[in-house]
Design a protein around this ligand. Structure first.
Ligand code: SF4
Ligand code: SF4
Ligand code: SF4
Length: 241
C-alpha cells in the first residue's frame, strides 16, 4: 500500500511537470542570478536543503517529477548502478552550475531581491508551444540516462538538486538534529539481501543498517527496503547523528 501511494504521488507530480518545470530549472536560477534576484527554482533548491535537515531526501522518493520518471524507468532497466563514478560526474556538473550562479550574482552586484515567478509570470512553465521543446528535452535526457545507466541513473549522474539535499542532510546529522531515517534491529537480520535488491538507489542496505540505521545521503526514504524485509528488521524512525 505504501509503495502504491508513493508511485501515485510521483505520477501526479510527473503529470504536473509542464506546470512546475521552471521551479526545478537550473537555467532559471542562472537567469535570475544575472539579474541579481533569487528565482523560484533557486528558492526551491534552498528549501529542499532546509527540508533535508529533517527529512533527508524524502522529496526524491515521494514528490519529485523526475523521480517519478526514474521510478517508472525501472520497469525497463532495473540494473543497479555504480554510485561513486556517477557521483563524481554529478558533483562536477553541480560545481560548474554553482559557479555560473555565483558569477551571475557577482556581475549583478549581489542578491538584490526575490523573484519566485521569474520566467513563469503565467504561473505555468510551459505556457506556449515552443516551450515544449525544453520540456521534451529534459524528459529525453532523464529517460535516456535512466534507460542507459540503470536504476535512477539520471538522478545519480546529473541531478543538480540532490547536492542541496545532501548538504542539508549532512548539516543536520553533524548538528545532531533528529532526522527521519530507516532504522533497524540488526540482530534480527538474516542477510537475505532482499533490501539490497529492492533499493532504488542501489545502496548496500543489508550492510548499511548494521549500525542501527541507514546513515547515507543517498537514501531517499522510499521504504522499499522496509516493505520487502521478510524479518521486519527495518522501519522508519527518527534519530539524531
Ligand atoms: S535525485 Fe534529483 S531528479 Fe532524482 S528524484 Fe531526487 S531531486 Fe529528483
Ligand atoms: S531484507 Fe531484512 S533480513 Fe534481509 S538482509 Fe535486508 S534487513 Fe536483513
Ligand atoms: S535504503 Fe531503503 S529507504 Fe533508503 S533508498 Fe534504499 S530502499 Fe529506499
Amino acid at each position: 500500500m505504501r509503495q502504491k501511494t508513493r508511485r501515485i504521488l510521483l505520477l501526479v507530480s510527473l503529470l504536473l511537470f509542464p506546470v512546475t518545470l521552471n521551479f526545478f530549472s537550473p537555467y532559471v536560477s542562472i537567469d535570475g542570478a544575472m539579474a541579481g534576484v533569487a528565482s523560484g527554482s533557486l528558492l526551491l533548491f534552498v528549501a529542499l536543503a532546509v527540508g533535508a535537515v529533517f527529512f533527508g531526501r524524502a522529496w526524491c522518493a515521494w514528490a519529485c517529477p523526475m523521480g517519478g520518471l526514474a521510478e517508472y524507468g525501472r520497469a525497463v532497466n532495473d540494473r543497479p548502478v555504480k554510485r561513486k563514478p556517477l557521483a563524481v560526474l554529478r558533483y562536477s556538473i553541480f560545481g560548474v552550475w554553482g559557479a555560473f550562479v555565483a558569477l551571475g550574482f557577482l556581475m549583478a552586484g549581489g542578491v538584490k531581491g526575490f523573484d519566485p515567478l521569474r520566467l513563469t509570470e503565467n504561473l505555468v512553465s510551459v505556457d506556449e508551444p515552443v516551450k515544449y521543446i525544453t520540456y521534451y528535452l529534459v524528459l529525453a535526457v532523464f529517460v535516456v540516462l535512466t534507460l542507459a545507466v540503470g536504476r535512477r541513473g539520471a538522478c545519480h549522474a546529473i541531478c543538480w538538486m540532490s547536492p542541496f539535499m545532501a548538504v542539508g542532510y549532512v548539516a543536520g546529522r553533524w548538528l545532531g538534529i533528529p532526522q527521519l531515517r530507516i532504522v533497524s534491529e540488526p540482530g534480527k537480520c538474516t542477510d537475505c539481501g532482499s533490501c539490497d535488491r529492492r533499493c532504488p538507489m542501489s545502496l548496500p542496505v543489508s550492510s548499511l543498517h548494521k549500525r542501527g540505521a541507514v546513515r547515507v545521503s543517498d537514501c531517499i526514504l522510499c521504504g522499499e527496503c522496509v516493505d520487502h524485509c521478510p524479518k521486519k528488521v527495518l522501519r522508519y524512525g527518527v534519530r539524531g547523528r
